[in-house]
Design a protein around this ligand. Sequence first.
Ligand code: HEC
Ligand code: HEC
Ligand code: HEC
Ligand code: HEC
Ligand code: HEC
Ligand code: HEC
Ligand code: HEC
Ligand code: HEC
Ligand code: HEC
Length: 422
Amino acid sequence: MIALRHVSCASLLLVGGLAVPVLAQQSQESCVTCHGSFSDARLGGPVRAYTEDVHAAKGFGCVACHGGDALDLGMTAMDPAKGYVGVPGREELLLVCGRCHSSAGFMRRYNPALRVDQVAEYRTSVHGELLLERGDERVATCVDCHPAHAVKPPSEPTSSVHPLNVAETCGRCHADRDYMQSYAISTDQHDKYLLSIHWEKLSVEGDLGAPTCNDCHGNHGASPPGVTWVGNVCGQCHSVMAELFNKSRHSQVFAMLGNPGCATCHGNHEIKPAGDEMLGIGEGSVCGMCHAPTDAGGMAAAEMRSLVDSLKFAHAVADSLLSKAENAGMEVSQAQFELSGATTALINARTGVHSFAVDHVREAVDEGVEVALSAQARGRSALGDLRFRRLGLAVSVGIILILIAGLVFKIRQLEPAKARQT
Ligand code: HEC
Ligand code: HEC
Ligand code: HEC
Ligand code: HEC
Ligand code: HEC
Ligand code: HEC
Ligand code: HEC
Ligand code: HEC
Ligand code: HEC
């Protein structure tokens, strides 16, 4: 690294016609010396914030983004003739950040695993298209999601793009009604997302496998998932449901009708835990939104629901019998363990609903009911044994009581005789 000290100014790359040094340098820059002496947020703030920036940690100085002469202690350090670009404009950022981040050869020297498609992806996003094609500067650019002087990797808990902070970062604009006033989209995504099972898993249980905004919209290609690929977005994680859904009749007709796949039934931002009440054609069912009780889909829905209910009932009965036996001190742990097979079958049946084919659900249900019935039998037999043992106990207690009574009677008989003798 020492060898690079003064190379920084010699190693130049053309950015929009401007020469800007690219290599990291170690020495204190004149920029830092001078700007560090300002107490205000605009001129001095960047120096104080920058101490925690990932670029500072890698040895980059102010000139990496602003250009200029880091060895010149006077105001002439900021001479455009010395490559100084000033504060980069919104569009210019793509060049400033992309100069390094779009160059696989350059990034490989620091972190070969880091993607180099951020700018390319950004260009295809709604944000990028509006900025580049319409000059709309209200959309998100690199520094709205990665604050210019406090850029941190997503793995750092204080990073603006750490999974726990992303919703807040996007919400700063998307939940701000005034800011988003001139656009036709709603501003409820952030608030609704905070009510979802996904956010609960992420924020309460710390399950980093649960999605936040960028898991569904892409890190840099943010666009509304098109109707046809919502399933793929959810399918990144819920792969079995997505596979079944894609093979189902719904997959084709939903695409034709413009229904957004999984989101048709589950919503997108406020996704709640799913329950059996969603299935069937009764109140609260999602099938009833489109099917009548008498059409093929409606009848299938009702049948699936009654299948799932039958397994749930068989499971509940077995569970209650086994708990009763266990509380009475009977050994039923093996049967309880085996009953977990019915729990798995119940999960499979609920997953199988996404085939929207009754037979698929029936298969899982039949398997589960068999397990549950066998567990019920084990529970009944344990309780039968218990009754038998209790009867045995009652009989032996009875015999003992009779013997005691006999003994007492005998003693009483002997006592008056003893009294007469004295
Ligand atoms: C001798 C002190 C000094 C040095 C050295 C210095 N600056 Fe500045 N810089 C200033 C002052 C003062 C301003 C405010 C000028 C103004 O508001 O017109 C400023 C403004 C800036 C701005 C904001 C410009 C704007 O339009 O808002 C940037 C960015 C900047 N400097 C970067 C740098 C970089 C990068 C270096 C090193 C290559 C550097 N400065 C070196 C004193 C200095
Ligand atoms: C990773 C790129 C990057 C680095 C490194 C960087 N800056 Fe900046 N700086 C920016 C960007 C981008 C902006 C515009 C911020 C915005 O639009 O929110 C900016 C803005 C500024 C401004 C103007 C602030 C304002 O509110 O108008 C100053 C002053 C400044 N930087 C100084 C520095 C100094 C001093 C350093 C070194 C300690 C530095 N910058 C390092 C990217 C960088
Ligand atoms: C001079 C080259 C250079 C410039 C200019 C630059 N970066 Fe970086 N950036 C790097 C390097 C090198 C790393 C460290 C990569 C590593 O080791 O993981 C990095 C790291 C990052 C990271 C963290 C990546 C991670 O997961 O570790 C983010 C986010 C980032 N930069 C965003 C930006 C943004 C936004 C801009 C423009 C405002 C910018 N960078 C400008 C070179 C640069
Ligand atoms: C709309 C918000 C947003 C914008 C705009 C944005 N980023 Fe990101 N960026 C993110 C998020 C979120 C992550 C975290 C991804 C993750 O968790 O892996 C990220 C991660 C990164 C990383 C780490 C490596 C990676 O790809 O995961 C780099 C580097 C980066 N961004 C650079 C940039 C650059 C350069 C720009 C401008 C072209 C930019 N970002 C614009 C949100 C944004
Ligand atoms: C600086 C403000 C800002 C930030 C931060 C921001 N956005 Fe945006 N976003 C906008 C604006 C403005 C639009 C344009 C609205 C439109 O499409 O009509 C937009 C558009 C979108 C769209 C397209 C909506 C549509 O149907 O047209 C999506 C999706 C989106 N943003 C997701 C995100 C995500 C995810 C994040 C965080 C990772 C984020 N945005 C961060 C301002 C922002
Ligand atoms: C579980 C996946 C998922 C998560 C997490 C998610 N979204 Fe979405 N988002 C979607 C889907 C799917 C659509 C499109 C729905 C449609 O086409 O009906 C969408 C649509 C949007 C739109 C377009 C306007 C609208 O409301 O239809 C914006 C903007 C948006 N999301 C922003 C966000 C922000 C900001 C976050 C984080 C707070 C977020 N999303 C989290 C899946 C998700
Ligand atoms: C036509 C409506 C519909 C569509 C489309 C749909 N689902 Fe479901 N989903 C349901 C119903 C109904 C349930 C509840 C089943 C039950 O509990 O009996 C459910 C349950 C779930 C569950 C919870 C399963 C469990 O173990 O409790 C997840 C996860 C899920 N769906 C994800 C998805 C995904 C991912 C997609 C898209 C690939 C999708 N769903 C498409 C109706 C739908
Ligand atoms: C990044 C991974 C990921 C993505 C993308 C994702 N989910 Fe989830 N989802 C999870 C995790 C983790 C849970 C909580 C654990 C569980 O119950 O499976 C969950 C839970 C759920 C539940 C509740 C399950 C239950 O037990 O009742 C439903 C319904 C659901 N997701 C639907 C969706 C839909 C619809 C989409 C797309 C719009 C989606 N998910 C996108 C990971 C993801
Ligand atoms: C957004 C509307 C919509 C929802 C919600 C919906 N369906 Fe459908 N479903 C359709 C359409 C449209 C068809 C195709 C009918 C056709 O082929 O004529 C269909 C077809 C079916 C079929 C195939 C019927 C046949 O003719 O073979 C079954 C089974 C089915 N749906 C079950 C369900 C179940 C179960 C649910 C609830 C979990 C559900 N549907 C929810 C719209 C919907």
